[in-house]
Design a protein around this ligand. Structure first.
Ligand code: GSH
Length: 218
């Protein structure tokens, strides 16, 4: 059985959408952030980074595979269940584009968003928090503009159908909802994000996490 350790709207969201799209049975295990459960010894044994998500799935050597890092989880699920078409075909140009954009999201945009939200972890002087947050917000804007340019008038980031890269962008977009200029304010990203939000597997995931689609993006 597959288990996803999650918290509503957190970095577990894109993996959760992937599992919903795939349609195999899985268990959701809430990591109670209010109780700092991500730092509990039990969870730390699974995920030494004390971050959400963690996925437990059957491995290919008879024992469980424990995965952390949301993008890695999404990609592994895409490989395991290729018929769900979470990614374009291996070796295709579309697959290359999907890798480029996913890596950009996970390596460039997401760390800036984390710096914004966890600015206090980046300073020794609490008075410096607003300055760190302001610089992070500036850089987030730069990366959101790049993504909006990449999107252009396309229906989805890669090809005509949604891929896990769209789920991943939607998840990141949620975390910009309190910024002065949020993800949907760039280029065609607003209508695009509404389109991703309306996809059936996204809707069902929102339902399962108890999240209101009308408030997901602020
Ligand atoms: N690079 C990690 C980041 C995960 C991450 O930062 N998760 C956040 C929730 S969105 C978290 O667990 N925060 C709790 C904490 O840092 O204490 C991933 O993509 O899986």
């Amino acid at each position: 059985m597959i288990t996803l350790h999650y918290y509503p709207g957190n970095a577990s969201f894109a993996p959760h959408v992937c599992l919903t799209k795939i349609g195999v049975p899985f268990t959701l295990d809430l990591v109670d952030r209010q109780a700092e459960a991500q730092r509990s010894p039990g969870y730390t044994a699974l995920n030494p980074n004390q971050r959400i998500p963690t996925l437990i799935c059957p491995g290919d050597e008879g024992s469980d595979l424990v995965l952390w890092e949301a993008a890695a989880i999404c990609l592994h699920l895409a490989d395991l269940y290729s018929s769900a078409a979470l990614m374009p075909a291996p070796g295709s140009s579309a697959r290359g584009r999907a890798y480029k954009l996913l890596m950009f999201l996970t390596n460039t945009l997401q760390p800036e968003i984390l710096t914004y939200h966890y600015a206090d972890r980046h300073v020794t002087d609490p008075a410096a928090v607003p300055a760190v947050r302001a610089k992070a917000e500036e850089r987030i804007g730069r990366w959101l503009a790049v993504l909006a340019d990449e999107l252009g008038d396309r229906p989805f980031l890669v090809g005509d159908d949604p891929t896990l890269v769209d789920y991943y962008f939607l998840m990141n977009a949620r975390w910009t909802r309190k910024l002065a200029k949020k993800a949907g304010d760039y280029g065609q990203a607003g209508p695009y994000l509404d389109r991703v939000l309306a996809v059936s597997e996204v809707r069902r995931t929102l339902d399962a996490e108890g999240l209101d689609p009308d408030r997901f993006l602020g």
